[in-house]
Write a protein that binds this ligand. Sequence first.
Ligand code: NAD
Ligand code: ZN
Length: 356
Amino acid sequence: MFRNFKTVSRILYGRGGFAQLDQLTEEVRDDRLEGVAFVVDDVFKDIPVADRLPLRERDAVLWVNVDQEPSTETVDALATEIRARRMNPPAAVVGLGGGSVLDIAKAVSVMLTNPGSSADYQGWDLVRNPSVYHIGVPTLSGTGAEVSRTAVLIGPVRKLGINSDHSVFDQILLDPDLTITVPGEQWFYTGMDCYIHCVESLSGTYLNAFSRAYGEKSLELCREVFHGPRGPGSDEKLMIASLHGGMSIAYSQVGVCHALSYGLSYVLGLHHGIGNCVAFNCLEEFYPEGVAEFRDMCGKHGIVLPRGLVENLEESRLDRMTGIALSLDPLWENALGDNWRDRMPESRVRELYRRM
Ligand code: NAD
Ligand code: ZN
């Protein structure tokens, strides 16, 4: 059986396109004059972007801090706050920020029309009711969260996405100008998330012509971006690379690096981008060319990765990390094939972690 996957319905792309957010929200404000809920990364309190939000009476701006990766708790609290403001439900939810805020906005739009806690929907196709119309405005390129059907959340038991057709954005607005304020290291780490999506997708057993086409284009753009200096042209390319990388893994899967990185995030609180970089740097036996090129790009951008993060970690925490990594069957199956369990016993995962 082939998957019939849902994609973003509408895409507005272009430098300066943020000015058209007004028109996009205007189109969905309904007759009852319900407001729009803007979920905005609080980094924009100090960057002149939020003051350009097309606010109307009854709209709400909800600031979110993403120092910690998004959690089910944060999503539930935001949904409760929106309900308390008597936006029943809002005409739209707009997420403005990096992958964290985009995922929060997706999950909040789901929770405004579905009962219970967002933790109840971590998994695959558990969401029953259609979500509130939601618009994603990325301000950091690489995760592909703008096009994916998952909203990755740290829950009470594990880090796992709400994977649902209802979480896919109805509209995204891609304006490369919004990413120019991203600090250099963050730009690199999240950009490498995209590069690693491509390497894992293109070398996986799930690869097909659809994923290959998107993955190859994305990889080509990543190379143009990361083998040269950062500038306005590269911000534009990285935004499109992110979109293509996300499309590539939508119809294939990520691999060893992401499986290990999920464990690092959950136990050490390491963010996705840097966690991937730390893990990928130790995976030359799985991705020899990709890792060599990755190190070259690190050198070009003066990136020095943290080391010794797991070397001396207590056994119980290493157990937890290993358990989380090994629970992600499709990632391993994509990377290593049907008999992946034979090739990746627990002892091997622990040994890989100890190198980080
Ligand atoms: P992020 O959203 O966590 O942001 C990282 C940092 O960059 C934050 O401090 C943020 O405030 C800052 N920032 C964002 N935009 C900025 C701007 N324009 N100027 C200055 N600072 C800015 O980082 P991310 O790497 O984009 O997202 C990571 C999250 O995405 C993780 O939670 C991960 O699980 C998730 N993710 C989701 C998917 C998906 O398909 N849904 C895929 C990969 C990763
Ligand atoms: Zn990723």
